[in-house]
Ligand binder design. Structure first.
Ligand code: ADP
Ligand code: ZN
Ligand code: ZN
Length: 723
């Protein structure tokens, strides 16, 4: 009699837990969610198997309280994917399984579904609101095409109009968008360019099986159009597509694009910016959607008829989760594609060296798009302004200012990129060299400008610490403190003073909420903005036809950074920012202020030569034995003192299994040695062989658990991106 249930729980322990099944719960399929007692609390766990006996005496076992059959069980596919992650990332299976679930399902409270979809009612089909209710009329028209998500409606500021339609009985909120009839396509696809056709000729026949394809296409080459045609082919087979994208901010625009292209199809979005209820509802809706569009967490969503996975901007660092289960959604997507035997299409203008090396080695199919899709759109000219010879005033050189002025005079738009938010990166004392330290981190407090009701503040970007501006230097009492350098707030102020006629908008984490993007897009398209000032947030994905100048300030820090990926990242970022300029029929222009114009990165950038730079970087990585030529695992430790963090890692190094082809480096303080009052240290493990490294960590991890004294926190980071 198999009356014992093995349950995976959200604990740090690498094991399952046994519970006795009461007589009325004979058969609990694997993946079912169950409520069980754990310590003095009740928890939700995932049933994995049933056995007849337990190593713990059956009489000591506690009972399963109930099977949560108000929600679907995790599918065998998801269980298998989680198992892969547990093995590869050396992370407890239970913690992974529960992390894949949306918030409401992790909780044993009766599950009440949210209603995030607005659909047309029978009355709405025939409704004819008065002509002056213009927005209501267009919303009705949209609903006749496809259900609309609450989030999208909010982003479009149409929530009020939606409510009016519901009040009139013309529309209703529902949990899952009903299967709509497959309507005519509203946006007919443009004829494919020769390069797009060539790419499709290679991709369409490959839809039947697993294979990784890397589309390396310059910005504006029409990668999205290729995805759409592949998705269309998969839809016709009645299968589902998973499209992973880096940014929450981009989903409203892209979602709209997809909906227009596939009216009547069930397109579901999933990202952490959704409210709990909507996220849960969308996760549930994913199982029978046609296209799931989402950020990294979507890689774990249930998709029983999966036929295609697309990872757009595959190089983007946001695909890697930096805490808890430190997974790369791109790599998990590839594992999932392999498990399902479906193709995985990676796309980028600047692929990660990891992916590019695979393509060069022939393991991924490489597909190149060298031209922009809109025939008149040329790649922008990139010019450098040498800061060693040209004076800078408030962060800006004269040629830069002149280019902004001329662009403004032509009625065109510019973007100014400065990857530092806040007013100034630090406050400093000229007499004793005090530079606003964070009391809890090894970092500087950043000066943020206030407004009339709120004075300036000093803020830590790492731990959230905040304080007022001191009236005198805490070090020496000097009342004359100065700001050091500039952030986006100050740049916005400077530009406002220099170009009083320009309508300037700042885009960074302080100004942008996810819903603000749709409005911003409209403002830029409608010509209500002349200059966008911002951080890397504005580098991504937006297509603004009248944007002809990109001005890039102060990225030199990355050129000589100790982080070996800094130049790879900078190149990608600069290509992306440059890609914002000249997307339509007007030529684009990029100006970069730098004190190191001779750095090889710029030579390749000016030629738009990603491939050349990638080969140079790969040669360098090979020589220095760095990824992707080698593989790395980082053991991190955090403790109240640096000594105890280092001692933990030294002990860990001493316990390392013998493996000739695996190198264990010395324990060192992390580059950012203290965050929120915890000292951080790390130990790097490296090998030319992924298998050897995996086998090493498999033997090593159980040893780590035995180390005494313990530290506040330790974790393994497989394929670390940030050190
Ligand atoms: P990418 O993702 O490669 O940067 P997009 O897919 O955003 O490029 O396409 C860039 C622009 O080119 C978009 O405005 C898109 O509508 C347009 N475009 C794409 N394919 C075609 C095509 N075949 N014909 C005309 N325009 C196209
Ligand atoms: Zn001082
Ligand atoms: Zn701090």
């Amino acid at each position: 009699m198999s009356s014992i249930l093995q349950v995976a729980l959200d604990t740090p322990l690498h094991r399952l837990f046994d519970y006795r099944l009461p007589d009325d719960m004979v058969n609990v399929p694997p993946g079912s969610l169950v409520e069980i007692p754990f310590g003095r609390t009740l928890q939700v766990g995932v049933a994995l198997g049933q056995t007849a006996d337990s190593s713990i005496g059956t009489d000591k076992l506690r009972n399963v309280i109930r099977v949560l059959d108000d929600r679907p069980a995790l599918s065998p596919e998801i269980l298998r994917l989680a198992k892969f992650c547990a093995d590869y990332y050396h992370y407890p299976l239970g913690a992974i399984l529960l992390a894949t679930l949306p918030p409401r399902l992790k909780n044993a409270l009766p599950f009440v579904a949210d209603t995030p979809w607005l659909v047309l009612t029978e009355a709405g089909r025939l409704a004819d609101p008065p002509a002056r209710a213009r927005v209501q009329r267009t919303l009705l028209d949209d609903l006749r095409m496809a259900p609309q998500s609450r989030d999208l409606l909010r982003a479009q500021k149409r929530g009020r109009h939606a409510a009016a339609l519901v009040a009139a009985g013309w529309a209703a909120w529902t949990r899952v968008p009903p299967q709509a009839s497959v309507a005519q396509q509203t946006t007919p696809p443009p004829p494919a360019t020769p390069e797009q056709l060539a790419a499709l000729e290679r991709l369409l026949p490959a839809l039947a099986h697993f294979k990784v394809h890397l589309i390396h296409g310059v910005t504006g080459s029409g990668k999205t159009e290729i995805y759409l045609r592949l998705i269309d082919a998969v839809l016709i087979q009645g299968r589902q597509s998973l499209v992973l994208i880096p940014e929450i901010a981009l989903t409203p625009q892209l979602e709209l694009h997809f909906r227009k292209r596939f009216p009547g199809r069930r397109i579901v979005t999933l990202h952490s910016g959704l409210a709990e209820g909507a996220r849960t509802a969308n996760w549930l809706a994913a199982a029978d959607c046609d296209v799931l569009l989402g950020t990294r967490l979507s890689v774990f969503a249930p998709l029983p008829r999966l036929g295609l996975i697309v990872v757009d901007e595959e190089h983007d660092a946001s695909f890697k989760q930096q805490d808890g289960l430190r997974y790369s959604a791109r790599d998990v997507a590839i594992a999932r594609g392999k498990q399902h035997d479906v193709p995985v299409v990676l796309g980028s203008a600047t692929p990660s060296l990891e992916s590019y090396a695979q393509a060069l080695a022939g393991r991924y199919q490489l597909i190149e798009l060298k031209q922009r899709a809109v025939s008149a759109a040329q790649l922008p000219a990139i010019e450098l302004i040498d800061l060693k010879h040209v004076p800078v005033d408030n962060g800006l050189t004269r040629p830069a200012l002149q280019a902004l002025t001329e662009t403004l005079a032509r009625g065109e738009q510019s973007l100014v990129f400065l990857n530092r938010r806040g007013y100034a990166p630090a406050l400093y004392c000229p007499s004793c060299a005090w530079v606003s330290p964070c009391p809890r981190c090894s970092a500087r407090l950043v000066l943020h400008r206030g407004h009339s009701t709120r004075p300036h503040r000093l803020k830590c970007h790492h731990c959230g610490f905040e304080t007022h501006i001191p009236t005198e230097c805490p070090g020496c009492g000097n009342p004359d403190l100065k700001t050091l350098g500039q952030g986006t707030q100050r740049l916005e102020e400077t530009l406002g003073a220099l170009l009083p006629a320009a309508r300037i908008r700042r885009i960074d984490r302080d100004t942008m909420r996810p819903r603000a993007w749709a409005e911003l897009g409209e403002a830029v398209h409608g010509g209500a903005i002349d200059i966008l000032v911002g951080t890397q947030m504005l580098a991504k994905g937006h297509d603004f036809p009248n944007m002809t100048l990109a001005l890039i300030l102060d990225t030199d820090g990355a050129l000589y950074s100790p982080d070996f990926r800094a130049t790879e990242r900078l190149f990608a970022q600069l290509m992306q920012v440059a890609g914002r300029a000249g997307r339509a029929d007007k030529p684009g222009h990029v100006l970069i202020q730098t004190a190191f114009p001779d750095h090889p990165l710029f030579r390749y950038l000016q030629r738009h030569d990603y491939a050349g730079y990638a080969r140079e970087l790969l040669a360098e990585r090979k020589q220095l034995e760095l990824p992707p030529v080698t593989r790395q695992v980082l053991l991190r430790a955090e403790a109240t003192t640096m000594d105890s963090a280092l001692a933990f890692l030294q002990r860990a190094a001493a316990l390392a299994p013998d493996a000739a082809d695996v190198s264990v480096f010395s324990a060192t303080p992390a580059p950012m040695a203290r965050v929120a009052n915890l000292e951080r240290a790390q130990l790097l493990i490296q090998s030319a062989s992924r298998q050897a490294l995996q086998a090493f960590v498999r033997d090593w991890r159980p040893q780590l658990e035995s180390i005494k004294p313990r530290v506040a926190r330790w974790s393994l980071d497989v394929d670390p991106l940030v050190f």
